[in-house]
Design a protein around this ligand. Structure first.
Ligand SMILES: [Fe+2]
Ligand SMILES: [Fe+2]
Length: 290
């Protein structure tokens, strides 16, 4: 029988453990800096990535997956940058780097595959919503990478406090309350707060930190609008792949739902598109977890 920790104890232990957070791989910081230069080029990005062959190889696997549907085999990151753009490669590298830093502690492969599937599905759903709501291109990139990294706090909790976090998930599975309420009750802190804190420790862009730390809600009329597509994309993905209740009603925050203003037909179309895309990722996620 597991012992549920006191909330104060759990919170203290979790916050303290952030002091031992592994650094983001150096290659991620360099790619991030390069991508923000007006003259960022595919060859410079490729040269940076040569310093970390493991991350470069994983990024190439993603580029060659059915998710992107590129014709033929893309054999170099230079070519990948030309085909998908520097920002898209930056997003993938950032996602791979963050997860490899956190999952250096022991982590089971099945769980990591599931994490990647959820992350890519959320990134895709979030991006689709952003396009539908005519969000500007620069913010669409932030949304996509936000989708990839949004649950980095959950990964951290799983990797470092598996017993605490399994208590959260068991309790969450028993009712339909938002996850953040269960986390506050058991851990005294939420995975999105932890994720935001991790991103700040890693000096990731402020917009990205803000998105990640607020993606679960709740929202008010003053909330940052960019958080809504990520929240909705995440909720759709959760209910598609974690609750087994399809067709379902995702637990979307009312303020975000009002902003989205989708009719049921539009929502169904969005869900179908996400599901279709996720099928195309199933082959590659187990390789990413290897
Ligand atoms: Fe989350
Ligand atoms: Fe999520």
């Amino acid at each position: 029988m597991s012992v549920i920790p006191s909330t104060a104890f759990a919170r203290k232990a979790i916050l303290r453990s952030l002091g031992d957070l592994p650094p983001l791989p150096a290659v991620a910081n360099k790619v991030l800096a390069e991508s923000e230069k007006p003259d960022a080029s595919p060859s410079k990005l490729e040269a940076i990535l040569q310093a970390d062959p493991a991350i470069a190889a994983k990024a190439l696997r993603v580029v060659n997956s059915a998710y992107y549907g590129l014709p033929g085999n893309v054999s170099s990151l230079n070519q990948a940058c030309v085909l998908l753009g520097v920002m898209q490669i930056r997003n993938i590298v950032l996602g791979m780097s963050a997860v490899s830093a956190i999952s250096k502690t022991q982590f089971d492969k099945g769980g990591l595959s599931k994490f990647w599937l959820h992350s890519f599905a959320t990134a895709h759903a979030t991006h689709l919503i952003g396009v539908n709501k005519k969000i500007r291109a620069l913010d669409l990139d932030v949304l996509f990478v936000g989708g990839l990294l949004h649950d980095i706090g959950k990964l951290f909790l799983f990797a470092n406090f598996p017993e605490f976090y399994n208590e959260v998930l068991t309790s969450w599975a028993e009712d339909r309350r938002p996850l953040y309420l269960v986390e506050r009750e058991i851990l005294g802190v939420t995975h999105d707060q932890i994720g935001g804190e991790i991103c700040r420790i890693w000096n990731l862009p402020n917009a990205l930190c803000g998105l990640i730390e607020s993606h679960e809600g709740p929202f008010t009329l003053e909330s940052e609008v960019l958080c809504f597509p990520l929240h909705i994309g995440d909720e759709i993905t959760k209910y598609l792949y974690e609750r087994d209740e399809y067709p379902y009603s995702p637990l979307i925050d009312p303020v975000a739902a009002e902003w989205l203003n989708f009719e049921s037909g539009q929502m169904k179309q969005l869900i179908d598109e996400v599901q279709h895309k996720v099928e195309s990722m199933k082959g590659v996620v187990s390789q990413l977890a290897a």
